[in-house]
Every structure is written in C-alpha cells, then in structure tokens.
Design a binder for this molecule. Structure first.
Ligand SMILES: C[S@@+](CC[C@H](N)C(=O)[O-])C[C@H]1O[C@@H](n2cnc3c(N)ncnc32)[C@H](O)[C@@H]1O
Length: 394
C-alpha cells in the first residue's frame, strides 16, 4: 500500500469543513486517486474526531470505507480493554481497522491481527507501520481456520465479532455475529485460557450469561454516559458460579465513575421506596444497563421512587453517587391543566422515566422551551404520575 502523497494529504486537510456534495461536483483534482477515496477520507476524519483523536492527528493515516469504521473501538475503550488482559501473546480474531490490536500491542509482546477482509488487513498493517508498532502480525485469513491450524496455545484471545450480517444489516445476538462464538466455543477454549469478548451494548446480560460459559466478569463501558461496549471476560479454567462480577464504568473526559456488583447480591438486596424527597438521583447509563437497581438503593442508602422507576431520592445529599444528582424545587401532580400552568414559558431539560408519553410529545403538549439550567422529570412514584422540577447539582 502506497503512502498518500503530500498534495493529497493537504487537499484532505484543507477540505475537512467543505460541503461534500460541492466537492463531488467539482470532481477529483488528482490522477492517482478517485473523488470517492477523497470524500471517504474527509468523512472518516470528521466522524472519528472524538473517537480516535490521536489517529486523526496523523495526516498519513488512511481510513477504510465508513461501513468498516462504524464498529471500530474508540481510543478510550480500546485502551481500557488492553488493561483487562495480561500475558505475552494474544490473538485478535476480528482485527478490523486495528484499533483494539494497536492498544493490545502496547501491553503484549506479540499480537496476531486476523482479518478476512483483504483491504482492511492491508490498511491496518499500513497504519500500524506508520505508528511504529512492530509487534503485530497481520494475517489476512478466516480466524476460525487460523485457530484450527494453530499448534501452540496463546495467553489470551480477544474477539469483537462483526455485527453486520451478509445482507449488511445490523445484528447483535451472538449467534448472528461473525464469527459465531457459540459454535466455535470448544475450539477457542482449546487455544487459550483467557478470552475477552466485546459485544453490542444492546445484548441482554442474563441471556449472554446463559449462552456463554466461564464468564468471570462483565464490564459495561460508557463514554460520557452513553453505553458503548459490553465486555465479557472468560476464564476457561474458572469454576462456573452465579457470582459473575459486573463492573459499570463511565469515562467522562478527565474523570471515571464506577459501580460494581453481581446478580446474587442484587437478588438479596431490597430497595426501600419513597416519594421524592429533597434530592433526586439518576444512575449513570451503565448502571441502568446492569439492572443492579436494588444494590444502588442499598449501597448509597437511597430510596427508590417505584419498582419500575429507576430514580432514587434522599433528604440528605449523598456524595460520590455514580450518576447525576438534582435538588428538587417542586413536585407537581400530573394533571394537564396544572402542569401547563406551572411549566408555562419555562426553559427546561426534559427527562422521562417510567412514563408513557414520549419526550417530544411532552415538549409539544406543555410548550416547553428546551435547554437552560433547570430540569423537569416526568415519572411515576407510588403508582402515580408526577412531574418533578429540579436543578442539577453534580
Ligand atoms: C467489529 S469489527 C472489529 C473492529 C476492531 N476491533 C477495531 O477496533 O478496529 C469486526 C471485524 O471482524 C472481521 N471478521 C468477521 N468474521 C471474521 C472471521 N471469521 N475471520 C476473520 N475476520 C472476521 C470483519 O471483517 C470485521 O472487520
């Protein structure tokens, strides 16, 4: 693969803020590449600005078609994953664009990047050379075949199965992703002791635990409160228990918020319920995904608004809560006339939790101007619909 010429790199950098349609209409100013190539590089650089900031800084890095980039890990999540594994050798069964393999290569002596898409394999190898990472072997082949012929065990295997089926439709169930891990479970187990799987954030945790064995930890990773990845740590030599650790983690720029538990503790813990008091607590989204709602109540000594309302309350402010905290100014019963009168001409951030109406419909119905410092929660407590006015304090 040839390096992009200086003049082409300059064109890409100079046109990052231009209208793509206008660029296409103008046509390609170079003979060496097509306008499709140029537009793809520009679009990729724009879209990955937050996901891969240090890769974007390097003007020589080349990007694959956008469809291959959608499932790429971000720098933050790839770096996090590389710290979950230890050893000398690791195979990345689904190398793709190579972000995860790159961060793994900083922790392992030898990384095998296996990718059956020839273009993607070449591109990942080219970019890796640019970033001076020399301990990754790039192999353009089917990873299941690679494993079948592998004679020596490796310390770890990492897999981020493709979540697009043959018709290029999005899928998330393990059996629909490629490679099919369930079908190849014993083959994988015969080649390593430690396996790390990245799956879609949509996958149900209890279903995943039923379908996979020897799961010792699940990490629910969010960035700026948006769940990005579910990580399943498998130890093929561990005994199967009901106490798989669940770790929720959010990366928010400079800080990290965490929460840990397991389903056995969750079943044993009981929530205490109460109507809203002085403070309102909304757990971070990775906790919402974990379903460890009773543990939140017990751990932080907070009362829950209702069985299906995953909002909590207290009279005294609880510090270090893993989520957002609000100070309540008023609670209004959900009576249309009353709410209309109270919310009239207010600028508010609208949240709904365990409430049947869509946020969009609530905004229209009550003529709410969105934004500002104050919040309004449409929710249910003690089986009754209520409206909570509050201000965020942390
Ligand atoms: C979700 S992407 C991986 C992204 C990668 N972790 C990264 O950070 O850039 C999955 C990749 O696995 C590849 N793949 C799927 N099944 C494969 C198989 N059986 N053998 C080799 N590669 C496979 C796909 O072509 C795709 O590029």
């Amino acid at each position: 693969m040839n390096e992009i010429a200086e003049k082409i790199r300059k064109y890409i950098a100079d046109n990052l803020n231009q209208d793509i349609n206008k660029l296409v209409l103008k046509g390609c100013p170079f003979e060496e590449v097509s306008i499709e190539f140029l537009v793809n590089q520009i679009e990729a650089r724009k879209r990955l600005k937050k996901k891969l900031p240090s890769w974007i800084e390097n003007q020589k890095i080349m990007f694959p078609p956008l469809i291959n980039l959608a499932q790429t890990s971000s720098e933050i999540t790839a770096n996090y994953k590389s710290k979950l594994l230890q050893g000398d050798s690791i195979i990345d069964l689904t190398g793709g664009f190579g972000v995860d393999a790159y961060y793994l290569s900083k922790k392992f002596k030898k990384v095998f990047h296996i990718e059956h898409n020839a273009e993607l394999s070449k591109l990942a190898k080219y970019n890796s050379a640019l970033m001076m990472q020399s301990n990754i072997d790039f192999l353009n082949q089917n990873s299941i075949d690679f494993l079948k012929y592998l004679t020596k065990k490796v310390d770890c295997i990492y897999v981020d199965p493709s979540r697009r089926n043959e018709q290029k439709r999005k899928v998330f169930q393990l059996k629909d992703c490629s490679p099919d891990l369930i079908e190849n479970w014993s083959l994988i187990a015969s080649k390593t002791k430690n396996l790390l799987i990245k799956t879609s954030p949509i996958l149900d945790l209890k279903l995943g635990l039923k379908q996979l064995s020897n799961v010792v930890e699940i990490h629910i990773v969010s960035v700026k409160n948006e769940v990005k990845e579910l990580l399943w740590i498998i130890d093929f030599e561990a005994l199967q228990t009901n106490e798989t650790k669940i770790k929720c983690i959010d990366f928010n720029g400079t800080s990290e918020m965490t929460f840990e538990g397991n389903f056995t503790l969750e079943d044993k813990a009981e929530s205490i319920f109460s109507p809203p008091q002085k403070y309102l607590y909304e757990p971070m989204s990775s906790i919402m995904k974990s379903g460890l709602f009773n543990l939140v109540s017990r751990r932080f000594k907070l009362k829950k608004l209702d069985i299906n309302t995953h909002l909590y309350t207290s009279d005294k402010h609880i510090e270090n809560f893993s989520g957002k905290v609000f100070e309540i100014s008023e609670i209004v019963p959900y009576k249309t006339k009353l709410v209309k009168k109270r919310l009239k001409s207010m600028k508010l951030n609208v949240v709904k939790k365990n409430f049947p109406t869509l946020v969009k419909e609530l905004i229209n119905k009550f003529k709410i101007e969105e934004g500002g410092e104050n919040f309004v929660f449409f929710t249910t407590s003690q089986n009754t619909k209520i409206v909570i006015l509050c201000k965020r304090i942390s």
